[in-house]
Design a protein around this ligand. Structure first.
Ligand code: F6P
Length: 325
């Protein structure tokens, strides 16, 4: 691939960080260098690009990072990049630094910036990095596996103390408007109720009846996994305690779910997808999102990817409900 037109690749991480982003950065850097290119790291996402926080990267600059959580490049959410003016400025800065290919590791929001840059002549490729698993074109997003394992372990701990005190616990997990973390943990933790933004009917009486019924049948605890997209766990706990007479506590797991050393799966997919992004840029592709679909790494047009819809798999939801009874 030494005769590729692209000479210099920039790499940035954008939006919420996710474990495994470092593995992806490492793979982009090392595979691009192997493909005969120069690589520049852009710090603090699009904000850093607009402030020209751009550093040279070589093979050694990504040593000893694959096992680390977060992103060594830093990340940010950037309002300016949503504006036409910001996008033009970003493209000009890329040109000034000789960056003719860009890998953006992040979620849907970050791809909109990549799409704009593609239209402005910078070859851009998106990589799915988010704990939320909410990117429609891909079956996997980097960070999801670590996040669900972190949440699962925390929920197990809350369950121990819930059982000892014979309490009801509402545990709120992240996921923005998507319920994938809640669904996976709900099944893996054997929760009694799983509330997903995509499915929840806001009928609290059903939950109350379920708690009372389970208590009658000898359950010592009642675990409710509530997704961030529904939220309000603390007030929900107060209402449920008042309605059931059973002590009810809310635990919001929060940002701990985004940190920590990535699992093998996140390191593996981060590495694979990062290398693939470097390769498709080297092959002259532009305006693509890398995805893992039907057991293979592949890529989609960014606009097509953004237009795709994703929903909670019906069978998984059905199983979660049956097993919780
Ligand atoms: O997208 C990842 C995520 O952690 C979501 O689960 C959550 O809604 C959001 O980011 C929080 O974002 P911020 O870091 O801006 O508070």
């Amino acid at each position: 691939m030494a005769d590729s037109k692209i000479k210099t690749i920039g790499v940035l991480t954008s939006g919420g960080d996710a474990p495994g982003m470092n593995a992806a950065i490492r793979a982009v850097v090392r595979k691009s260098i192997a493909n005969g290119m120069t690589v520049k790291g852009i710090q603090r996402g699009y904000s850093g690009l607009l402030n020209e926080e751009i550093i040279e990267m070589d093979k050694r600059s990504v040593s000893d990072i694959i096992q680390r959580g977060g992103t060594i490049l830093g990340t940010a959410r950037c309002e300016e990049m949503r504006t036409e003016e910001g996008q033009k400025k970003a493209a000009d800065i890329c040109r000034r630094h000789g960056i003719d290919g860009l890998v953006v590791i992040g979620g849907d929001g970050s791809y909109r910036g990549a799409l704009a840059l593609s239209h402005l002549g910078i070859n851009a490729v998106g990589l799915p990095g988010t704990i939320d698993l909410d990117i429609a074109c891909t079956d996997y997003t980097i960070g999801f596996d670590t996040a669900i394992n972190t949440a699962m372990q925390a929920i197990d701990k809350v369950r121990d103390t819930s059982s000892s005190h014979e309490r009801c616990s509402i545990i709120e997990v992240m996921g923005r408007n998507a319920g994938y973390i809640a669904l996976w943990c709900g099944i893996a933790n054997g929760a009694e109720d799983i509330l997903l933004p995509e499915k929840y009917d806001y009928d609290e009486q059903k939950i109350v009846d379920n708690i009372i019924n389970n208590r009658k049948h000898g359950k010592r605890h009642h675990i409710i996994i509530n997704a961030e997209g529904i939220g309000h766990s603390t007030s929900m706990a107060r209402r449920i305690e008042a309605a059931t007479g059973i002590e009810t506590r809310a635990t919001i797991l929060g940002y701990m779910q985004r940190g920590g050393s990535p699992t093998c799966k996140d390191r593996f997919y981060g590495s694979l997808m990062g290398a693939y992004a470097a390769d498709i840029l080297a092959a002259g592709k532009n305006n693509r999102v890398v995805a893992f679909k039907n057991g293979e790494v592949t890529d989609f047009d960014i606009e097509e990817a953004l237009a795709m819809q994703k929903s909670i798999p019906e069978y998984q939801y059905e199983v979660s409900r049956i097993l919780s009874r």
